[in-house]
Write a protein that binds this ligand. Structure first.
Ligand SMILES: Nc1nc2c(c(=O)[nH]1)N[C@H]1C(S)=C(S)[C@@H](COP(=O)(O)O)O[C@H]1N2
Ligand SMILES: [Mo]
Length: 358
């Protein structure tokens, strides 16, 4: 696999599976998902359009629209504001699309379009307060500086999303300029990206250039045509916008297809939910007939996944299916079969991992 020319030093393609080259899309190989923090070079990349090249010294963030005091902030001015850091798991809504039958349209992500990083920046709320958002504002629109021709939309535009006020003003919604303690890399949104903790990744707009208070709900392509759950196969015309990540777990060790010697084995994995803290993980080695409780090996954090493990005595030789399922404090758990939907989003069905005990 060859390195992407613009990402030669920032991306470790030995730990990622290339999904598409232009635009670059790549997912973390599960066995490289070790520990709670995903190293930046191994963090999945999800791009819709052309990667912008931004010179931070010439870049400005403008805040306009339904605000009393429109303003422009330089990179240095933003970095001088009081900072806040949090760990948050980001999962692409299309993660797991490859396991839908019949196939749904879109990139064929396996289980690796998810990662956890420490994000540092300024609450979006802080700059909205400085600009004095007007009572007429009902949403906040965030525009990325990437653009390009989008074949599905049949036209050229940039990546733009909006947030309801409640989420825009939430103290944990960040304008982030750092990832894992370093300035953002070009692929992950340099100089500034949004982080909406707990939400699927599409909300976390990269390469922000403008923030606009809106008096009406935004109707852009990535807001109302993409990132919506639609069920034409059920004869339903409705579209439900995606927000929080569904509860989910993945097994990171052993690898799919591994041959394991009989005896003591450690099964390891990660579990997360955008809706509430993960409270329990269970594993099954007998096709779901019985479930055993796994042990957490990292603490419960509001927005980050939890590492877990299970000591398995692999006694019976032969092919075995390993499964894990997570529960969150809101009582959610994972389904056995995915909720099929036209655009293939939010598949949080239980993973089935095949190994052979020899
Ligand atoms: N400007 C812009 N922001 C974007 C995107 C994009 O294509 N352009 N992709 C979104 C999607 S769908 C996801 S899942 C996350 C991925 O962030 P990452 O590439 O840093 O992992 O960024 C989001 N922000
Ligand atoms: Mo995504």
């Amino acid at each position: 696999m060859s390195a992407h020319p613009l990402a030669a030093n920032e991306i470790d393609f030995s730990r990622l599976r290339l999904v598409s080259h232009e635009p670059l899309n790549a997912e973390t190989i599960l066995t490289h998902q070790m520990g709670v923090i995903t190293p930046t070079a191994a963090f999945y990349v999800r791009n819709h359009l052309t990667l912008p090249t931004i010179d931070a010294s010439a870049w400005k963030l403008s805040i306009e629209g339904e605000v009393k005091k429109p303003l422009e902030l330089t990179y240095d001015a933003l970095r001088a504001l009081p900072e806040r850091s949090l760990l948050a798991t980001l999962e692409c809504a299309g993660n797991g699309r490859a396991y839908l039958h019949p196939p749904a349209e879109g990139e064929d992500w396996h289980y690796g379009a998810v990662g956890t990083a420490e994000w540092t920046g300024v609450p979006l709320r802080r700059v909205l307060e400085q600009a004095e958002l007007l009572p007429s504002a009902c949403e906040v629109m965030i525009e990325g500086a990437d653009d390009g021709y989008h074949p599905k939309a049949g036209k050229r535009f940039s990546f733009v999303r909006s947030l309801p006020l409640e989420q825009a003003l939430h103290p944990d919604t960040l304008l982030a300029y750092a990832m894992n303690g370093e300035p953002l890399t070009a692929q992950h949104g340099f100089p500034l990206r949004l982080i909406v903790p707990g939400w699927y990744g599409m909300a976390s707009v990269k390469w922000i250039r403008r923030i606009t208070g809106l008096a009406q709900r935004f109707q852009g392509f990535f807001q109302v045509d993409q990132y919506v759950m639609t069920h034409p196969e059920r004869g339903e015309a409705g579209k439900t916008p995606l927000t929080t990540m569904r509860v989910r777990s993945v097994i990171t060790t052993p690898a799919e297809g591994a041959t394991l010697p009989r005896g003591r084995q450690v099964i390891r994995g990660l579990a997360w939910s955008g809706e509430a803290s993960v409270s329990r993980v269970e594993v099954s080695m007998d096709n779901g007939a019985t479930w055993e409780r796994a042990r957490f090996t990292s603490e419960a954090l509001r927005y980050a996944w939890r590492a877990w493990e299970y000591q398995w005595d692999a006694a019976a030789p032969g092919p075995t299916t390993l499964q894990s399922r997570a529960f969150d404090e809101a009582g959610n758990t994972q389904p056995v079969t995915p909720e099929w939907n036209r655009l293939g989003y939010a598949n949080n069905a239980i993973q089935r991992l095949q190994v052979t005990v020899s």
